[in-house]
Design a protein around this ligand. Structure first.
Ligand code: PEP
Length: 245
């Protein structure tokens, strides 16, 4: 099971010690197969890489520029630079970045340049509330995946994250039965259209210690992408413990 901590634009150089207890948790045999990935802001990526070097925790970035080369893109960072500081993962297609201008095509380019650098891609997609209300959820998701993965090779280095936009940071969640149906449809679509035998699909959207037991009953899920609750080590540990038990 994957537990991806998306810290968004939170975290300073002082935040590093908040992960000490999570590091201790990963040393327990019970959590042997638990894969924890911290995605802090760029400014503390390297610090997190160094801190977790001798642990099973991996570090990822939250976005990148699509150009694989250096270039005149003020304020941007590309996959090569992220790889250079030792990160192994990258979140791409997050709705907050789609909102800031990332089209499916741009996300496709970012996925390619990240895979080219051997980063594992956490590819996010999901419908907005208005699309859900118009019964367009599946249609929207299929388009996001189809364009996002156009001509992409090394598909096995992609982890999929279904994140309904209306659920991110809102406390609103899908009913378990609906989520299960959704995940099953997404999995079938990916298997049928791309050469991936057993795609890993995570869920993200207001996961917290109270709702995790229910989510973790969905056996088709390969883990969770956690925003707000992952910044609090107590809540993050609680989520991990409850989903394993
Ligand atoms: C996210 O940012 O990907 C996310 C799922 O956030 P939250 O858990 O806060 O809803």
């Amino acid at each position: 099971m994957y537990f991806i901590a998306n810290w968004k634009m939170f975290g300073s150089t002082n935040s590093i010690n908040t992960i000490n207890k999570v590091i201790s948790l990963t040393k327990l045999s019970k959590f042997r197969n638990t894969k924890i990935v911290y995605c802090p802001p760029y400014t503390i990526l390297e610090k997190f890489v160094k801190k977790t070097k001798k642990t099973k925790i991996k570090i990822g970035a939250q976005n990148c520029h699509y150009d694989k080369n250096f270039g005149a893109y003020t304020g941007s960072i590309n996959a090569m630079m992220i790889k250079q500081v030792g990160a192994k993962f990258i979140i791409l297609g997050h709705s907050e970045n789609r909102e800031n201008g990332d089209t499916d095509h741009i996300i496709n380019l970012k996925i390619k340049s990240s895979l080219n650098e051997n980063l594992k891609v956490i590819f996010c997609f999901g419908e907005k509330l208005s699309e859900r209300r118009q019964n367009k959820t599946y249609e929207v998701i299929k388009k996001q995946i189809k364009i996002g993965l156009k001509n992409v090779k090394r598909l096995n280095n992609i982890i999929f994250a279904y994140e309904p936009v209306w659920s991110i940071g809102t406390g609103k969640i899908l009913k378990n039965t609906d989520l299960e149906i959704q995940i099953s449809k997404i999995k079938s679509y990916i298997k049928k259209n791309f050469k991936i035998k057993n795609p890993k699909i995570l869920y993200g959207g207001s996961v917290n210690p109270k709702n995790i037991r229910s989510f973790s009953k969905i056996k088709l899920l390969g883990g969770f992408l956690i925003g707000g609750a992952s910044q609090n080590p107590k809540k993050f540990i609680d989520i991990i413990k409850k989903s394993i038990n």
